[in-house]
Write a protein that binds this ligand. Sequence first.
Ligand code: LMR
Length: 342
Amino acid sequence: MYTRSSLKLIGFILVFMLFGCQSTQYPKDYEQLGEDERIVIRFSHVVGEDTPKGLAARKFAQLVKDRSNGYVEVQVFPNGFLYKDGEEMEALLQGDVQMIAPATSKVTELIPEWSVIDLPFAFNSYEEVHKYIASPVGKGLSSKFDNHGLLMLGMWDNGFKQISNRDHPILKPADLHNLKIRIMPSEILEKQFISLGAIPQKIDFNTVFTHLEKSDIDGQENTLSNITSKNLHYHQNYLTISDHGYLGYLLLMNKEFWDKLPQSIQILIKDTLKEVSEWEMEQAKKTNGEKLAELEDCQCIDIYRLSDEEKQAWEKDFKPIYDYFTVKYGEKYIKALPKYKE
Ligand code: LMR
């Protein structure tokens, strides 16, 4: 016969076995948990998945997922599906997304000093840009995000911009006169075209194709990876390989979100981003080279390459823009550019 207290003991042992065993089988694969039990990083960007930024964002998401066994999920929203060009910065500041990677030109409304990167012919190579960003002046630019509740975790390349248009070949600056050209939102880019008599138009990246199709604008400037991924060349007859400006991305995270992450996860994200960034930079160089070869082969657009002498002539015409920038933001950003060093 069982006594009342021995029945209690048996009951206790059964309950312990049931729940005790369950807790040792707690899922190691975090994918079985809901969003509120995992760490979810929503990462919004505006380009296609098959571009250097799109591919790198996906690679980053996959590696973080694998390395955290699914505990950290980076949800990537490409093509401006979640937030458009003009909306993604606000969404990040509000914490509606946790991560974005806008072109440097697109942060100039928040931090205008970043428009030093937009100065025409400021850099001749990817390496020059990387050195500038790693310099004390570049570090100063990166830390400016702290005052806005953001953290800059690094940079990804796209490449150098080229100019296309429908009407005629652009060989010298005067050929841009009266052409309506799409630009990203940046005062320096605006001045770059106004100074040559062109009419710059700030237009959302994902609507440029439609604007070209409807002939609302005559041309645009962008990297070959961006031009071809959106088929912008379908509505353009002339392409000038000018390499006149660098287009790269700032990896930005909402700081409040970042500060709440466990230190081990911060380390995982930083290490993974470092690795993915090296891969992305190779990818960017490769893609822009391949796209040029494809455009040369397709014979679908007339391609003209500016010579070094021609580039120097263009550069001279842009001197007033450098003066404008210096008056507005001081000498230090310009003085630290590679062409003014030594
Ligand atoms: C553009 O608007 O042309 C680019 O910033 C798009 C991008 O993110 O590369």
